[in-house]
Design a protein around this ligand. Structure first.
Ligand SMILES: *[C@@H]1O[C@H](CO)[C@@H](O)[C@H](O)[C@H]1NC(C)=O
Length: 359
């Protein structure tokens, strides 16, 4: 009897998973919609563009009402952001947090499928100690405001980290956080763990290549043929830098005791052009990185430490941001041009997705 029950429940799970794969197969592909630009198409055109692609989630750095509204009734998951500059008021005044939710969430939800509020961007590596200590209280006040509006659990609250919160990430089994940030990170992770929100981080194999510009490193970063990298701690041979970086984060989280906190890749990408003296940016490399990353996610392989489940990944970025300062590469991460054509093809359009299945 127990055996039959076991077989039946296994079958049931299998059917559930089949339904999941059929209806929600690519919920793990997201994109960053940055707006530091003066040439972006209107939000309504962007909403239509996104619906022709396999992209199912969009991350905004702020909470532009025109974009949130344009995405209404598309089913696309929306991540909205509270700016670093709002953190002191969010932390210090529960009413400010309540107003923030009243203004940026309640008028749009649930028609607009807001799934996550990120509080601040890369605050823990900002070196602004005040802001760093105010981050957790700001997140707590926003969570309380969501709870009061009966949206706790439906809309999660988190923050986004740069990889620099890690002291080490290579080899992945040595992944560990910067000890100087450990106390504050423990608090933030306790919040993630208690509320079921993800730990959001920005791994960029592109930057790893720039600091070690050898051909085998490039191939490792672009998911191309390479000898792989052996991790003596786990005896795992890593085939690509993305998995290695994400598993470095996983190891650091596990060491701190947060095995159940999920990782979300809030940003990753590769620029398609740069200045003459920049190593790495090119159309070929950008297409290889993003295209192979998407194929890797679709393979459902996961990472060696998290097999079988693709990690939610927000590609950087939807469009170039022509007003960003710095080297040319900073303005050349866009997957689409302002006229809505592809910068290069990475297999994101719905038709190429179908033909991919048929092959
Ligand atoms: C994480 O949350 C679970 C369930 O609420 C709890 O039992 C566990 O102690 C928490 N872990 C840590 C490290 O806080």
């Amino acid at each position: 009897m127990a055996r039959l029950r076991f077989v039946l429940s296994f079958l049931f799970l299998f059917i559930l998973q089949a339904i999941y794969v059929a209806t929600d197969s690519e919920s793990f592909i997201g994109v960053n919609y940055g707006q530091v630009a003066d040439n972006l198409p209107p939000p309504s055109a962007t909403a239509r563009l996104l619906q022709t692609t396999a992209i199912e989630k969009v991350r905004l750095y702020g909470a532009d009402p025109a974009i949130i509204k344009a995405l209404a009734n598309t089913g696309i998951g929306i991540v909205i952001g509270a700016a670093n500059g709002d953190i002191p008021a969010l932390a210090g005044d529960p009413n400010f947090a309540k107003n923030w939710i009243n203004t940026n969430v309640l008028p749009f939800y649930p028609a607009s499928n807001i799934i996550l509020v990120t509080v601040g961007n890369e605050v823990m590596t900002s070196t602004d100690r005040n802001l760093m200590t105010q981050l957790l209280p700001a997140m707590q006040n926003l969570q309380n405001a969501l709870n009061a509006a009966s949206l706790g659990g439906k809309i999660k609250v988190s923050t986004v980290h740069s990889m620099a919160v890690l002291k080490r990430s290579e080899p992945p089994s040595s992944g560990s956080f910067d000890p100087g940030l450990a106390d504050l990170l423990k608090g933030l992770l306790g919040f993630n763990n208690a509320t079921g929100s993800p730990f959001a981080i920005n791994p960029y194999p592109y930057f790893a290549y720039r600091s070690d510009p050898r051909p085998e490193t490039l191939a490792f970063c672009l998911f191309q043929n390479n000898p792989g990298r052996f991790d003596p701690g786990t005896k795992i041979k890593y085939a690509n830098m993305f998995d290695a970086q994400v598993d470095g984060v996983r190891t650091a989280l596990n060491w701190m005791g947060f095995k159940d906190v999920e990782i979300v890749v809030a940003e990753t990408g590769w620029p398609y052009k740069g200045d003459e003296n920049e190593v790495g940016p090119s159309m070929e490399n950008a297409r290889a990185y993003n295209g192979n990353l998407i194929a890797h996610l679709r393979s459902m392989a996961g990472t060696p430490l998290m097999p079988g489940k693709p990690i939610d990944t927000y590609l950087f970025a939807l469009y170039d941001e022509d007003l960003k300062p710095g080297p040319s590469s900073e303005r050349a991460f866009g997957l689409f041009r302002p006229d809505l054509t592809m910068t290069y093809d990475v297999g994101l359009s719905k038709t190429s997705q179908i033909s991919g299945v048929c092959q």
